[in-house]
Ligand binder design. Structure first.
Ligand SMILES: [Zn+2]
Length: 282
């Protein structure tokens, strides 16, 4: 009854998991062997788009629903890492996308939001590294149910009123002729701080390479905010030339002074980064 209660993978999810298994089997055996000596806590596992695209519908799955596709891939990759006794937590980074995804930062408009695109970009500045609560964990004192809520970056944390399992049980009890007095209190739950998951993130201002006139960083140049996560945090410096593969998202104005302000700015939710431009001359 509640979407929050974990369920068996759907046939589509099972198909995705199977495709990822054969993908890693066919393409990545050597990578796992070479990683044996890595002791980083997070490891960006790089995959070439050319290989992914032609493998059992994974290319289509990636472009139509990137987060579902990557979630399945991560489950399989974590299995592989544990099978090979690799200690880092892997993050899938797909690189080398087709030039069909090419776009210019200066051309971005609101209509482009949700598109997955490839940009040449120069780093203007970076924020300090920070963390955000990506998955909030809860535990119920009545029924001992434990569950996780996925949060959104820079949005209010979800407000939970009841334990989903207690609600489900309550309906079953009432259906079976039980009395209201017999029901557990579904509000008797709390956040489980130990199981909360925080992700490292960093904001980076990028600008279009066409604004580069000399070797110096231009002072007054239109920039777009990009959000980096995990192993990309604190890896890039102002002036660095990059190829950025990202989904176009929208965000509130950083300077908004009232909460229901309708103005929005575009931002880039970075999936992967390649060093150097792929289109412009360096
Ligand atoms: Zn409960």
């Amino acid at each position: 009854m509640s979407p929050r209660v974990p369920t068996e993978p759907t046939p589509e999810e099972q198909r995705l998991l199977a495709a990822w298994r054969t993908f890693f089997e066919a393409n990545c055996k050597a990578d796992f062997a070479a990683l044996a000596s890595i002791d980083d806590s997070v490891w960006g596992f790089e995959i070439q788009w050319e290989q992914l695209e032609k493998h059992e519908g994974l290319g289509l799955a990636f472009m139509s629903d990137m987060s579902t596709c990557l979630a399945s891939g991560t489950i399989v990759l974590e299995e592989q890492f544990s099978l090979h006794n690799l200690s880092p937590r892997p993050v899938i980074r797909v690189l080398g996308f087709s030039e069909l995804n090419r776009y210019h930062i200066a051309d971005l408009r609101m209509r482009d939001r949700t598109r997955f695109l490839r940009f040449d970009a120069v780093v203007h500045s970076t924020s300090r590294a920070m963390g955000w609560l990506k998955r909030a964990a809860y535990a119920c004192r009545e029924c001992k149910h434990e569950w996780v809520e996925h949060e959104q970056l820079a949005r209010a944390r979800k407000k939970l009123e009841t334990c989903p399992m207690c609600l489900k049980n309550a309906i079953a009890i009432l259906d079976a002729g039980g009395k209201r007095e017999d029901l557990p209190d579904p509000r008797n739950f709390s956040m489980d701080l130990e199981r909360n998951y925080y992700e490292d993130v960093q904001y980076m201002e990028l600008f279009d390479p066409t604004s580069l006139q000399s070797d110096d960083l231009p002072e007054d140049v239109p920039t777009i905010m990009a959000i980096l996560s995990e192993e990309y945090v604190n890896q890039f410096q102002p002036g660095q030339c990059l190829t950025v593969n990202a989904t176009v998202g929208i965000d509130h104005l950083p300077s908004r002074d009232y909460i229901r302000d309708t103005r929005r700015i575009l931002r880039l939710d970075v999936h992967s980064i390649e060093e150097g431009f792929s289109l412009h001359e360096d």
